[in-house]
Write a protein that binds this ligand. Structure first.
Ligand code: NAD
Ligand code: RM4
Length: 255
């Protein structure tokens, strides 16, 4: 294991499970102290904190719903008070309640936009303010998606939020470049987590999705760790406004 994040403090949202959990623990393995936001799962968050501490790193969990702007202020303030600073911010929290287009409930559209897009905006802004105040730059990574580039029949509310967070990274890269803060998007393909457990319980769909992937398998949260650590680390010093597709080749596989 490298120490690419030695001496850095990384914060990540929605990290009691899935990709966020893998990012939090993976960053600690690479030397970072870690603050996690989570919405509901106290036991999951406690387990992540225990694992990070067992690696000899400091960790804090702060509960809160990212769709509330106050959660962003609270997460950044309490993490900074506990861990001293914020060097890297990973915006990961997200939902995808799969549903058909023509009868999509208004509440489902609103909630998905509020969590995925508004939540990202408030969090990224709060993290950036802290980084600017500290005065030594930083790195921001948004977990966008392959769905920023391609559509989904049951994701008409979701895919615009993933295109939106990537667009947020592009504009933030411009706004924050003068402060030495890099902003990039991670575009995962289909990764086996709770978000798509029900959707992929449909074996036909699962087989179709797998068949599209040149590397021959769906992704695992652990597959996201290297790309996130790279974008977070000084190895990516001249990378900003970029998007890194991590999908086993699914996107390019037309025929
Ligand atoms: P997941 O369901 O395991 O994780 C989502 C996390 O976000 C959970 O910990 C959940 O509690 C948290 N969360 C949900 N609403 C929240 C809120 N209001 N406030 C705070 N936290 C909240 O699924 P995942 O696949 O790990 O998803 C993480 C991110 O990765 C999401 O943004 C998702 O869009 C993105 N993504 C996932 C895939 C995939 O195939 N799994 C692919 C591309 C992008
Ligand atoms: C991703 C992508 C995956 C889906 C998840 C929920 O962005 O569309 O295929 O399973 O979202």
């Amino acid at each position: 294991m490298t120490n690419l994040l030695e001496g850095k403090t990384l914060l990540v949202t929605g990290a009691s499970a899935g990709i966020g959990r893998a990012a939090a623990i993976g960053a600690a393995r690479h030397g970072a102290d870690v603050g996690i936001n989570y919405s509901r799962d106290d036991a999951g968050a406690e387990a992540v904190i225990a694992e990070i501490e067992s690696l000899g790193r400091r960790a804090i969990a702060v509960k809160g719903d990212v769709s509330d702007p106050a959660t962003a202020q609270d997460f950044i303030a309490r993490s900074t008070a506990e861990l001293g600073k914020v060097d890297i911010f990973v915006n990961n929290a997200g939902i995808c309640p799969f549903h058909a287009f023509l009868d999509m409930p208004v509440e489902t559209v609103d909630r998905t936009m509020r969590v995925n897009l508004h939540g990202a905006y408030y969090m990224v802004q709060a993290a950036a303010r802290q980084m600017v105040e500290q005065g030594h730059g930083g790195a921001i990574i948004a977990v966008s998606s392959i769905s920023a580039l391609v559509g989904g029949e049951f994701q008409t509310h979701y895919t615009p939020t993933k295109a939106g967070v990537h667009s947020l990274m592009q504009s933030a890269a411009i706004a924050l470049g003068k402060h030495g803060i890099r902003c990039n998007s991670l575009l995962p393909g289909t990764i086996l987590t709770d978000i798509n457990k029900d959707d992929l319980a449909d074996q036909d769909k699962r087989d179709r999705m797998t068949a599209r992937i040149p590397l021959g398998r769906l992704g695992d949260p652990e597959d996201m760790v290297g790309p996130i650590v790279f974008l977070a680390s000084d190895m990516a010093n001249y990378v900003t406004g970029a998007a890194l597709l991590v999908d086993g080749g699914a996107f390019v596989n037309l025929q």
